[in-house]
Design a protein around this ligand. Structure first.
Ligand code: APR
Length: 320
């Protein structure tokens, strides 16, 4: 059987890391696409040359021609501009909306059967716009945010509790921005919910609140340290987890920016919710019940995503 084909639209920091991870994990053959001629070709060759030492079988190709993504099984989109210090994800809106138009049309014309994972920020609005421009089914277009936000939360929790990250599960919902909603009630260590661990004296409520806030600011913390760009190792790893769930029909339950129409009281919006990813793409949106405080946080997050979508419609009337 032919290997799956993975197209990476954007061969920058995240795109290059995605290519390396996809090859090492032998998820399939990789095509790196970018408008900056030389960059995708250079990265593809560099990664291919790591193959003999690492021992993977995967073909890598760099290109500036959309025709080369033809028939891709998965497209992961990082094309666009990342944040600089002092910029919010929303500042990127106008620039990256134009990029989503070009990319959406490129995918529509060349890889209409692909499972598309968007990483470009501001995430919830960009994945919505990418879906609109591409015209692909909603269940085949999804945004990567919740897996990353949850991974950051899990990392901080495992350090606080001095336990393996493998035993920490965490849930972060809502938009991928300052209003994201880390749900402590649904986050556990070895199955024990975080509020119980506070009662057991493993940590204090103040410390937990600080970890929640650090999770919300997780992206900005990296931007502040790097100064010349935003995070790329963890974002790439998170998207690869989603791609693998699709390619191997794993039915993973992962928080993603998915199209929600009915669940959680929402009527047609891309926002971070728990989903099941399998061979059909987003196979299910998990309609969890939120308590009053959680619902209030989620509503605020939804409002901010709706504001970004409205801003996109204001910039490009064809999206109205
Ligand atoms: N088509 C294809 N590629 C494009 C286009 C386009 N229209 N416009 C820009 N690019 C490419 C750039 O040439 C660059 O190589 O997208 C790449 C982006 O790479 P980086 O600048 O290194 O950004 P990266 O850190 O990978 O982040 C990409 O993900 O997390 C988000 O906020 C982040 O929106 C940003 C995206």
């Amino acid at each position: 059987m032919a290997r799956p084909k993975i197209a990476l639209i954007g061969a920058g920091q995240i795109g290059g890391t995605l290519a390396h991870l996809a090859a090492i994990k032998e998820l399939g053959d990789v095509v790196l696409f970018d408008i900056a001629d030389g960059v995708p070709q250079g990265k593809a060759l560099d990664i291919a040359e790591s193959g003999p030492s690492e021992g993977f079988d995967a073909a890598l190709k760099g290109t500036t021609d959309y025709a080369d993504i033809a028939g891709a099984d998965v497209c992961i989109v990082t094309a666009g501009v990342p944040r600089k210090p002092g910029m919010s994800r929303d500042d990127l809106l106008g620039i990256n909306l134009k990029v989503m138009k070009a990319v959406g049309e490129g995918i529509r014309d060349n890889a209409p059967d692909a499972f598309v994972i968007c990483i470009t920020n501001p995430l919830d609005a960009m994945v919505w716009a990418l879906r609109e421009y591409s015209g692909l089914p909603h269940e085949k277009v999804v945004g990567m945010a919740g897996v990353l936000d949850s991974a950051r939360f899990r990392h901080f929790l495992s350090v606080e509790f001095d336990v393996s990250m493998k035993d920490v599960t965490a849930f972060v919902l809502g938009g991928h921005g300052d209003t994201m909603v880390p749900l402590t009630r649904y986050s556990t260590v070895g199955g024990i919910p975080l509020p119980d661990l506070v009662s057991m004296g493993w940590t204090t409520q103040d410390k937990l609140d600080a970890i929640v806030q650090r999770t919300r600011d997780g992206g900005a913390e990296i931007v502040g340290l790097l100064k010349t760009g935003s995070a790329y190792y963890a974002p790439a790893t998170s998207a690869i987890e989603m791609a693998e769930a699709y390619l191997k029909d794993q039915k993973r339950l992962l928080p993603c920016a998915a199209w929600v129409d009915g669940a959680l009281g929402l009527k047609g919006l891309y926002v971070g919710v728990p989903t099941v990813i399998g061979a059909n793409g987003i196979e299910r949106v998990v309609d969890i019940k939120l308590n009053k405080d959680e619902q209030a946080m989620f509503d605020k997050s939804v409002e901010s995503v709706e504001g970004l979508v409205a801003a996109c419609k204001g910039i490009d009337e064809s999206l109205g």
